[in-house]
Write a protein that binds this ligand. Structure first.
Ligand SMILES: Nc1ncnc2c1ncn2[C@@H]1O[C@H](COP(=O)(O)OP(=O)(O)OP(=O)(O)O)[C@@H](O)[C@H]1O
Ligand SMILES: [Mg+2]
Length: 226
């Protein structure tokens, strides 16, 4: 993908590939283009060059809302919940494109995120940071996506909540949903990654299994804090 916001492209030829049901983790320094890569995959910004394939189909020109219909969920880095709506209403908003009975999906979401069940009728804005992230992810799950794009789901969370969210990401993937997640907690996230992508300056620097990246001294020194 080559893409940006007008002017010089931010992504200067980034490749991201993920097999169905797997976990991909994108790491890299601030401003590397991680969020831009997710926005490009979801179609929020259009590509100057390159293409996006989903299940072998070229979706480069498909609008984001149509990508949701195809089975791609996206949780942005910021402003990803409706704070004045209840947890239940947030989840229902996620299902707005559905015209079938989705109550089983709400139940599944409460199984993945039990704390949300107790807070079901609370305003989402009143929840803890970790629980708000659960609402955001839960909302994206309401369309039963096959691929979930998560932009920094653990940002601002205390270490215990970081681990909690990362473990829940693993359980979502085990249920068959592919996940591509951007993470600042690079070490923790690479531990669960089938594939890790290290981006810097709008380019892929390294692409390998999470394990290999964690064991690469060069990657560790430059991007994982030693
Ligand atoms: N809406 C925008 N308009 C113009 N430039 C933008 C916009 N969003 C991001 N950029 C620029 O694109 C570059 C990459 O930003 P991006 O948000 O993709 O980085 P990132 O890797 O997600 O960083 P962070 O770790 O801080 O979230 C930065 O130089 C940023 O200033
Ligand atoms: Mg970002």
């Amino acid at each position: 993908m080559v893409s940006g916001y007008g002017g010089e492209p931010i992504l200067q030829g980034v490749d991201i590939a993920l097999e169905a049901g797997r976990i991909g983790v994108i790491v890299g320094p601030n401003g590397a283009g991680k969020s831009t890569a997710l926005k490009s995959l979801f179609g929020l910004i259009s590509l100057d060059q390159g293409r996006v394939l989903f299940d072998g189909t070229d979706i480069t020109l498909v609008a984001p809302d149509k990508r949701v219909g195809l089975g791609i969920g996206y949780v942005p880095q910021e402003m990803n919940i409706f704070p004045s709506l209840t947890v239940q209403e947030n989840l229902e908003m996620g299902a707005i494109i559905r015209d079938d009975d989705f109550s089983h999906v709400i139940d599944q979401t409460f199984e993945i995120f039990p704390p949300l069940k107790d807070k079901r009728y609370s305003e989402a804005g009143q929840l803890s940071g970790g629980q708000r992230q659960m609402v955001a992810i839960g909302r994206a799950l309401m369309v039963e996506p096959r691929l979930l794009l998560l932009d920094e789901p653990t940002v601002g969370l205390s270490p215990a909540f970081v681990q909690d969210i990362i473990e829940r990401i693993t359980s979502i993937a085990r249920s068959g949903v592919g996940i591509l997640v951007v993470e600042q907690n690079a070490r923790r996230a690479l531990e669960i990654a089938d594939t890790g992508f290290v981006l810097a300056g709008g380019k892929n620097l390294y692409t390998d299994t999470g394990e290999n990246l964690l064991n690469d001294p060069e990657v560790a020194r430059s991007f994982l804090g030693g």
